[in-house]
Ligand binder design. Structure first.
Ligand SMILES: Nc1ncnc2c1ncn2[C@@H]1O[C@H](COP(=O)(O)OP(=O)(O)O)[C@@H](O)[C@H]1O
Ligand SMILES: [Mg+2]
Length: 418
């Protein structure tokens, strides 16, 4: 604690510092109380060596200012930030009760896929709010996703809040590549290819990083693993991630959900979901009830099925994740006439159906596209998990079924049926 004491004393006028709750590459996080109001807060104090990096500090404080202006239920509330007279850089946020996803996963734990979808949708909502204001998070990883504990026995669902942020570059720490034996910012397991290679990033970099988090939360490990920075960066840029494996003794992950996760991990940002909002939509749809009819793999298993009850109670005791999956409203007859259903199946199943106009995705086969009746042709690209793809198009002027085989099976001929 020695190196922080001087700086902390400057904050002690306003805050009653409680205890250290985390120590990471950037500095130390304390729980504290605002003397004036009694409000419980978390104070992050950047490490003195980082505080000397003027450009990094400026970027950090600018991002803090922008983030503090965004008020969203899935984003931690920033209550204060700045630089003390002696140059200590700090940020103060509301104190959250619960556990971060990194800690959850570190307990040798993979989550029930429905909980992962809930967490993913919540993070997407927070990201959407940021992206709408032109802010990228740039540090999406499990330890920055906080799963809050449910208070008492209320029916109130637990909330998920995004915390922390990145500024798009590492602090320069001359002569000090490590802090307490740890690398400054951990390993770049969650960096998009463009972030890892110093190219311009945008909202789709956050989509990629969230894809890695979803992958890890579902199967227990990230798609790319190495102790070497340069290996990891090379893998993000060049290696195809292995299809999401099914962890043993866990609920069977539905294929559409696997497809959605893999689609986040495309090397080229144009091939990923183009927005966090679209990803939220596709995550929710990957479990939507009507899919259960089309795809037996997507059928929701019984709540406790394969997960050991004791494991669940130890790891997420008190945490009840809300079901945030929007249900489709019942259709009126008029609405039904104005809509057409295009059922797309394929061999093999699990091909991602992408709209060629904007790169957005309708999900993985078998999938039903419900569209307003129109005469406008829609270009589609089916991407099979083995890397093959087939182009086709549909005119949504009547309900249709389309079956497509992978090129290696049948020249990729699209077969349309009434
Ligand atoms: N507001 C908060 N409430 C409760 N715990 C927090 C809060 N902010 C951070 N933490 C805990 O501290 C850890 C590190 O905080 P974070 O802001 O992510 O700093 P860094 O990653 O730079 O070390 C988080 O992963 C989380 O476990
Ligand atoms: Mg963090």
């Amino acid at each position: 604690m020695t190196h922080f004491t001087g700086n902390l004393s400057e904050l002690a006028q306003r805050y009653r510092i409680d205890e250290t709750i985390a120590e990471g590459g950037m500095g130390r996080v304390y729980s504290a109380e605002v003397r004036e109001s009694g409000a419980r807060v978390a104070i992050k104090l950047l490490h003195p060596k980082i505080c000397n990096d003027a450009a990094f500090v400026e970027a950090f404080l600018q991002t803090a200012e922008k983030m503090a202006a965004v008020d969203h239920a899935n984003l931690v509330r920033i209550v204060d930030y700045g630089r003390t007279e002696k140059g200590a850089v700090y940020i103060v946020t509301e104190l959250l009760e619960g556990v971060d996803l990194g800690t959850l996963l570190a307990r040798d734990y993979t989550l029930d896929y429905r909980e992962v979808v809930d967490i993913g949708v919540a993070v997407c909502r927070a990201l959407s709010a940021l992206h709408r204001k032109g802010i990228q998070h740039l540090d999406i990883k499990p330890s920055n996703i906080f799963v809050m504990q449910r208070k008492g026995a209320t029916k109130q669902p637990a909330q998920v809040k995004l915390i922390d942020f990145g500024v798009g570059r590492l602090p320069e720490a001359p002569g000090a590549p490590s802090l307490n034996g740890q690398m400054w910012l951990g390993v770049p397991e969650y960096w998009s290819p463009e972030l890892a290679t110093g190219r311009p990033t945008d909202a789709r970099s956050d989509v990629y990083a969230l894809g890695i988090v979803l992958y890890e939360s579902l199967c227990g490990h990230t798609p790319f693993r190495s102790h070497s920075y340069s290996d990891l960066i090379a893998m993000h840029v060049r290696s195809d991630p292995k299809p999401l494996p099914q962890p043993p003794n866990r609920l069977s992950i539905p294929d559409p959900l696997k497809g959605v996760v893999m689609h986040c991990l495309k090397k080229n940002p144009r091939e990923r979901f183009q927005s966090a909002a679209r990803l939220a939509d596709m995550l929710a749809r990957s479990l939507a009830p009507r899919r259960a009819v089309n795809n037996p793999l997507a059928r929701r298993p019984a709540a406790v099925a394969l997960i050991g009850a004791s494991l669940l109670s130890v790891t997420i005791a008190g945490i009840a994740l809300s079901r945030q999956i929007p249900r489709e409203p019942p259709k009126t007859p008029a609405a039904a006439i104005a809509q057409v259903a295009i059922d797309i199946s394929s061999e093999p199943t699990g091909a991602l159906v992408v709209d060629t106009a904007d790169g957005s995705s309708y999900g993985t086969t078998p999938v039903r596209m419900e569209l307003p009746r129109a005469d406008k042709r829609i270009g589609l690209l089916l991407q099979f998990s083995g890397g093959e793809s087939v182009r086709t198009d549909v005119v949504p002027n009547r309900s249709t079924r389309i079956h497509i085989q992978a090129p290696s099976l049948a020249n990729g001929v699209a077969e349309k049926m009434e």
